[in-house]
Design a protein around this ligand. Structure first.
Ligand SMILES: Cc1cc2nc3c(=O)[nH]c(=O)nc-3n(C[C@H](O)[C@H](O)[C@H](O)COP(=O)(O)O)c2cc1C
Length: 223
């Protein structure tokens, strides 16, 4: 797969099959993805790979926390408000997902079931947890982690694996910290689900949108 095709055909996967992903494959993906750039080659990403029984326990507890109404408390706060143009895109992708799943806007039960699948990591068979040292100011390392994740996503895509960055997998860090030996000095940044995509589910095939380059790029040639 050439890079252009990889970048343009990678998409977030929201239904994974139960086929496991071999640990060796995940290791190879990480070994390649760590060739991503980072500020001063600091490579500030700390990574945990959660699979097997550990993942099943976390999946269940994360889902139960959502269903019990537990408030989200991520270690990197997410934005509460966006500029209108961002919020419109956010709402649009939500609509596309629900339409693909034939869940009506006012179907509260259907939406809750969908969120419960999201908080179950869409049945992914591996979850990558990215973290940074708590002594660092987060901004620069977050750029580096974003670069790492995109490399990881593209490399996985090339192998036919699916991925999705999943804020829903890091909203209850207390559960993660209770279940797993996550070092106290690590701040949990973002989770990424990995697995084999279910090719028949329309939620993995709806048309995605991007703005025109003309709407986002300023070309500056003279003062
Ligand atoms: C940092 C980050 C967190 C995300 N968290 C979620 C999430 O919790 N649930 C979800 O369904 N999608 C999540 N996504 C996926 C985005 O919705 C998706 O990347 C976006 O709609 C663009 O679609 P594409 O990845 O298919 O191109 C997240 C993406 C990023 C980059």
């Amino acid at each position: 797969m050439d890079i252009q095709a990889a970048v343009k055909t990678r998409r977030s996967i929201r239904n994974f099959s139960s086929r496991p992903v071999p640990e060796e494959s995940i290791r190879e993906l990480i070994e390649s993805a760590i060739w991503s750039p980072s500020w001063g080659n600091t490579q500030p990403w700390e990574i945990a790979v959660i699979t097997g029984d550990a993942l099943e326990q976390y999946r269940q507890q994360n889902r139960e926390a959502l269903l019990s109404g537990k408030p989200a408390a991520p270690e990197i706060p997410f934005p509460e408000t966006w500029p209108d143009r961002h919020f419109t895109r956010y709402k649009d992708v939500g609509k596309s997902v629900l339409t693909a799943l034939a869940i009506a806007r006012d179907d509260q039960e259907g939406r809750l079931q969908y969120y419960s699948r999201m908080y179950s990591f869409f049945n992914a068979q591996a979850l990558l947890l990215t973290m940074v040292d708590k002594t660092l100011p987060v901004e620069y390392p977050l750029l580096d982690i974003g670069l790492f994740l995109q490399s990881f996503f593209l490399l996985a895509h090339e192998k036919g694996l699916g991925t999705i960055a999943l804020a829903a997998s890091v909203n209850y860090p207390d559960i993660l910290r209770k279940l797993f030996p996550i070092p106290e000095n690590h701040r949990i940044v973002m989770g990424a689900a990995l697995g084999w995509p279910d090719p028949d589910d329309p939620v993995n095939a709806f048309e995605r949108k991007r703005d025109d380059v003309g709407d986002t790029v300023q070309w500056i040639q003279s003062c």
